[in-house]
Design a protein around this ligand. Structure first.
Ligand code: G3P
Length: 225
């Protein structure tokens, strides 16, 4: 299962990429707006940090098929590398998906709340579908179950579209989703650090250090015994 960072903050990205095995970055218009600077500068900066081979998912804003296609073309002309155009599963979004695929784009169908939406997008041959786990949970919709249904559907119907689960607010959702069979998840920096760290780990290390120092002294490690 691939881990992506759901953020457009360059400092957070640089810090996370140095430590965690990130497969790429996802953004959406809200995440971009939070940075409050030029859209293309943000995407180019992300690309510069992650390099050409890691995935960058960037979302269109157009509300008609024509505008979605123009947005996609503009993004592709400005941002190189492994680029995925995120297209919401609106009626106009569904209309745009097969055209984008015919034109050679990699496409992520996004803002997915139901298995049916994912199945329709997958049949247009999109590369990823992005169901919103926490937002589904917020309406008592059982986000993990929806993701599991989508991964099962793709398997049953031999669809090569991958599932990129998004929208997480706690580690329970992440743990459950890791068992749901999706190929990738995208999490914000706060969740990523929470996955990695544990107070009991820190306490264990503290105890090890203390026991060691009581015998071998301060500043003594294996290499300078
Ligand atoms: O990228 C879309 C998804 O991450 C939304 O997440 O946390 O705003 O529900 P959230």
């Amino acid at each position: 299962m691939l881990f992506l960072l759901d953020s457009a903050n360059i400092k957070e990205l640089e810090k996370a990429q140095e430590i965690f095995p990130l497969a790429g970055v996802t953004t959406n218009p809200s995440i971009i707006a939070k940075e409050n600077r030029n859209f293309f500068d943000i995407l180019q900066d992300i690309r510069a940090v992650i390099g050409p081979d890691r995935m960058l998912h960037a979302q269109v804003l157009g509300e008609t098929c024509e505008d979605i296609l123009k947005d996609a073309e503009t993004i592709r002309s400005r941002i190189g590398g492994e680029l995925y155009i995120k297209v919401p599963v609106t009626i106009e979004g569904y209309r745009a998906m097969p055209i984008l695929k015919q034109r050679g784009y990699k496409v992520t169908a996004t803002a997915i709340y139901t298995p049916g939406q994912a199945l329709l997008a997958a049949q247009w041959g999109v590369d990823f579908t992005a169901p919103y786990v926490n937002r589904i949970d917020n309406i008592s919709g059982m986000g993990v179950t929806v993701v599991k249904m989508i991964t099962d559907l793709f398997s049953i119907h031999h669809l090569s579209t991958r599932v990129l689960a998004a929208s997480f607010k706690n580690l329970h959702q992440v743990n459950e989703i890791s068992l749901a069979g999706c190929q990738a998840i995208t999490v914000g920096p706060d969740i990523l650090w929470k996955i990695a760290e544990h107070t009991l780990t820190d306490m264990s290390i503290h105890q090890f250090q203390s026991d060691w120092k009581s015998v071998y002294g301060d500043g003594k490690f294996v290499y300078n015994l």
